[in-house]
Structures are given as C-alpha cells and as structure tokens.
Design a protein around this ligand. Structure first.
Ligand code: AMP
Ligand code: ZN
Length: 113
C-alpha cells in the first residue's frame, strides 16, 4: 500500500514517536492525543480494518494483544486503560490501516459515543 500513512510509518518512511516495534507490529504515540496516554498499535502488514481480519491474517491480532499488555505495564497503565478500534464510516475511522488505540493515564469517561 504505497500511499497508506501507517504502512509508511511501519516501513520507517515517515517519523513516529515509537514505544515498541518488532517484526510484526509497531506502536507509537498518537499525534492528536485523546487521553493523557494515547498510543496506537498497528500490524506491519496492511489490513484495512476489523472487517478484513480473517483466518489467514489473524495471528498478528493475538500477538498485538500480547504486546498491548506489555506496553500497558511498561507505561504504568495497570490501574486501567481502554483498547479501541474504529471500523468504517459510522465509527469515524480516518486511517484505513488497522490500528488499536490504547487510551489511559487517567480516568476515562464511560460514554459509548
Ligand atoms: P481513527 O480515527 O480511529 O482512524 O484513528 C486514526 C488516528 O491516527 C487518529 O487518532 C490520528 O490522530 C492518528 N494519526 C494520524 N496520523 C498520524 C501520524 N502520522 N502519527 C501518529 N498518529 C497519527
Ligand atoms: Zn497500510
């Protein structure tokens, strides 16, 4: 995906403030934080959103959640945090490369929308 901004971050072609990286995924601080701690974690391989997760590509999803647990501990989020993935128009997805928002560092509102 030549013009996908998160593919470019995954390839190191545009800068990001990384908190974690391995061969399958990368995590970096969101440019427009919605909480005191706001990190995004993405698979390096392009997947558009949750609707495109399948048997063929889902191994990276369990890996990402293992990494989320590590990042949450490393960033001191054990009191609580939220993991969110916006999927398609109604959820306000703005970057069409699968990503999970890790939100924490404060008490979070319980509103759903
Ligand atoms: P979503 O609206 O769920 O698709 O989330 C996309 C997120 O990506 C937003 O929270 C943006 O602030 C964030 N974002 C977009 N471009 C960048 C970037 N270059 N570096 C870090 N975060 C970004
Ligand atoms: Zn991409």
């Amino acid at each position: 995906m030549d013009d996908c901004i998160f593919c470019k971050i995954a390839r190191g072609e545009i800068p990001s403030n990384k908190v974690y990286e391995d061969d399958q995924c990368v995590a970096f601080y969101d440019l427009n934080p919605m909480a005191k701690v706001h990190v995004l974690i993405i698979p390096k391989a392009h997947i558009a959103n949750v609707l495109d997760i399948s048997t063929e590509n889902s191994a990276v999803i369990s890996h990402i959640f293992e990494v989320i647990a590590k990042i949450a501990k490393d960033l001191g989020l054990e009191d609580g945090f939220r993991v969110v993935s916006n999927c398609n128009e109604y959820a306000g997805q703005s970057v069409f490369h699968l990503h999970f928002h890790i939100l924490g560092g404060q008490k979070l509102s319980l509103t759903m929308c």
